[in-house]
Design a protein around this ligand. Structure first.
Ligand code: PEP
Length: 249
């Protein structure tokens, strides 16, 4: 059985004052039946990991460098994230692929470093609107998976997030059929590459405008094991609506 996961990506939002949102979540869910993960900006990681009662909420990074150390001004290694209290790191988010020119191979190298450091890599894949309209979605996702998921992946150290770029922060959501088609495809690719045991144990998240009012139907789709949530993860109350839906799914 895959344990479900509600993951929040705060992106470049939040200062020390926002830690109260994490404490609020921890108080609301002292014993959740799903994993709750918040990925705040790196400046907050250590404090988030040690926030009041925060042991009920896992914390993660939003990026890491592929190297373990060295002359990389402004970057953070996977080991540093781990040292600050992270258990996971989001890699290959479309905003990093676009803003920082990250290619699949870069994502794969970062994922290797994350896994070597004992982190779970949450690897994001997803098509643009143009690619979807050209009926290229599955080819794009397949290519991103082959290029960015390392060979050492297991059900413990890998989570795959399907995030259609056109659904991120737009309020647009694919149909349930479209989500199901991609998630089933990702599952079958993982099974083919890693064998049924590993392939079936990797958790698959849907991300892109998940809100409390659409979460229940999305979580009812086959092979959706949770969500990667941007905007609606910033406030504990909103994120709680999604966590509640996931706990009932
Ligand atoms: C994201 O950026 O990972 C995301 C899913 O954002 P939002 O929920 O705001 O669409």
């Amino acid at each position: 059985m895959r344990r479900k996961l509600a993951a929040g990506n705060w992106k470049m939002n939040g200062t020390g004052a926002s830690l109260s949102e994490i404490s609020a979540l921890a108080k609301m869910y002292p014993d959740a039946s799903v994993d709750i993960l918040v990925c705040p900006p790196a400046t907050l990681l250590d404090r988030a990991a040690h926030a009041e009662q925060a042991s009920a909420v896992l914390v993660g990074g939003q990026n890491c460098h592929a190297a373990t150390s060295g002359a990389h001004t402004g970057d953070l290694s996977a080991e540093m994230l781990r040292d600050a209290g992270a258990t996971s790191v989001i890699l290959g988010h479309s905003e990093r692929r676009e803003d920082h020119g990250e290619a699949n191979e870069d994502v794969r190298d970062k994922a290797r470093a994350a896994m070597d450091a004992g982190l779970t890599a949450i690897i994001c894949v997803g098509e643009s609107l143009q690619q979807r309209e050209a009926a290229n979605t599955l080819d794009i996702i397949g290519g991103q998976m082959s290029g960015s998921i390392p060979d050492q992946s297991t059900g413990e150290n890998l989570v795959v997030a399907y995030e259609p770029i056109w659904a991120i922060g737009t309020g647009k959501v694919p149909t349930l059929e479209q989500i199901g088609e991609v998630h089933d495809f990702i599952r079958s690719r993982l099974e083919r590459r890693f064998g049924e045991g590993v392939g079936r144990s990797v958790r698959l998240l849907y991300g892109g405008s998940v809100k409390p009012d659409n979460a229940t139907e999305i979580f009812g789709v086959s092979n959706v094991d949770g969500a990667l949530v941007g905007g609606a993860s910033l406030k504990a109350q909103d994120f709680a609506g999604i966590i509640d839906a996931l706990q009932k799914a």
